[in-house]
Design a protein around this ligand. Structure first.
Ligand code: NAD
Ligand code: TDX
Length: 339
């Protein structure tokens, strides 16, 4: 099979490229990525050595570029990871989120309609469901939970999901959608909570926790997300939405303290800063559907996954230090100086 993976130079997309090359060596993977600040070709260095892998630099919202690629390659499956993905950046500047996340999705699906496809898969997020209250631990997001977004990021992802379902109904496009909880693991860009805290703790720098650090996220090791998507694109039912999550809920403060403990760093590094506007309180996924229909279960517990992740950051300092030394420095200054 010939599979287009968009956003494959980013965190989850790159992990998915490696997952596919390892588990389906007979398949060919083409990666289309714009190489925004979040895309990194260094991450794909090993993949580039594989004859079944091709990298193409381009924007999913650029019609000419996308249609040219579909003309050249006959894709069986498209998996769309490409997105602006950081909530804080969407608060600062929503526009690019709408362009890439919504119009980019539309452009890809228009190409699928024109050139034909076995499956268009949209990688979505649990953030489309909004948040759950902290005092109701019995509540979880199911696929029937109403869409109720909080940030420009989640609104753009929800809009894309609606468009995908509309293309399925109106144009009979064979689609599927997965909505996953927070990922962590190798190649995670250091603007996100876990890699930010690891890299700053290693440098003995302050760790900026928003508000009181009480917000809860449901953490999933990235490889478990990849195995779930792999199952859905090959065996999942057309037109369906599947939630992905592993019942690994932690408050942000618990996560940060675990990282400090594993790195033998003092809790005095924690600094409470002004909260994120519109900050979602709790995310928690009910993964019953993907478990009962497709037999998917996560393999990595949070305790094991966070140890593996810290080890990866210790073993791959070059990867994240290169990022920290670039434009990222200005970003950190701008985003955190007045908090
Ligand atoms: P990321 O920001 O690390 O990577 C995004 C990638 O997309 C980068 O390589 C970037 O260069 C590329 N990209 C951005 N705009 C593009 C465009 N217009 N055209 C082509 N490429 C473009 O993101 P991530 O954390 O790997 O997330 C991947 C997908 O998974 C996103 O759709 C995100 O919404 C979704 N998701 C993420 C998480 C999470 O915890 N990170 C959880 C659930 C869902
Ligand atoms: O410096 C920080 N301090 C802090 O307290 C940062 C960057 C984050 N936080 C908090 C905010 C959140 O409650 O940590 C939590 C996690 O924050 P992020 O890593 O920014 O992730 P989140 O906002 O939960 O969104 C992530 O999961 C869902 C991804 O970035 C999205 O792409 C995905 O859809």
């Amino acid at each position: 099979m010939n599979i287009l993976v968009t956003g494959g130079a980013g965190f989850i997309g790159a992990n998915f490229v490696y997952y596919e090359l390892k588990n389906h060596p007979e398949d060919r993977i083409v990666c289309l990525d714009k190489l925004t600040y979040a895309g990194n070709l260094q991450t794909l260095e090993e993949a580039m050595k594989n004859d079944n892998f091709r990298f193409v630099k381009g924007d999913i919202a650029d019609r000419d570029c996308v249609f040219r690629l579909f003309e050249e390659e006959k894709f069986d499956i498209v998996v769309n990871f490409a997105a602006e993905s950081h909530v804080d950046r969407s608060v600062e500047n929503p526009e690019i989120f709408l362009k890439t996340n919504i119009l980019g999705t539309q452009t890809l699906m228009d190409a699928c309609r024109k050139y034909g496809i076995k499956r268009y898969h949209q990688v979505s997020t649990d953030e489309v469901y909004g948040d759950l209250p902290l005092d109701r631990p019995d509540l979880f997001f199911t696929e029937e939970t109403p869409i109720h977004t909080s940030s420009p990021y989640s609104a753009s992802k929800a809009s894309a999901d609606l468009l995908v379902l509309a293309y399925a109904r109106t144009f009979k496009l064979p689609v599927s959608i997965t909505r996953c909880s927070n990922n962590y693991g190798p190649y995670h860009f250091p603007e996100k909570l876990i890699p930010l805290m690891i890299s700053r703790a290693l440098a003995d720098e302050s760790l900026p926790v928003y508000g009181k650090g009480e917000n809860v996220r449901d953490w999933l090791y990235v490889e478990d997300h990849c195995s779930a998507i792999d199952l859905v694109i090959r065996k999942g039912r057309e037109g369906e939405v599947y939630n992905i999550g592993g019942h690994n809920e932690r408050t942000n403060l618990e996560v940060v303290k675990t990282i400090l403990k594993l790195l033998s760093k003092p809790e005095s590094l924690i600094t409470y800063v002004t909260d994120r506007p519109g900050h979602d309180m709790r995310y928690a996924i009910d993964p019953t559907k993907i478990h009962t229909e497709l037999g998917w279960l996560p393999e990595t517990t949070f305790d094991k996954g966070i140890e593996q992740t810290i080890k990866w950051y210790l073993d791959n300092e070059d990867w994240w230090k290169n990022i920290l030394e670039g434009d990222y420095q200005n970003y950190y200054e701008r985003m955190y100086k007045n908090r």
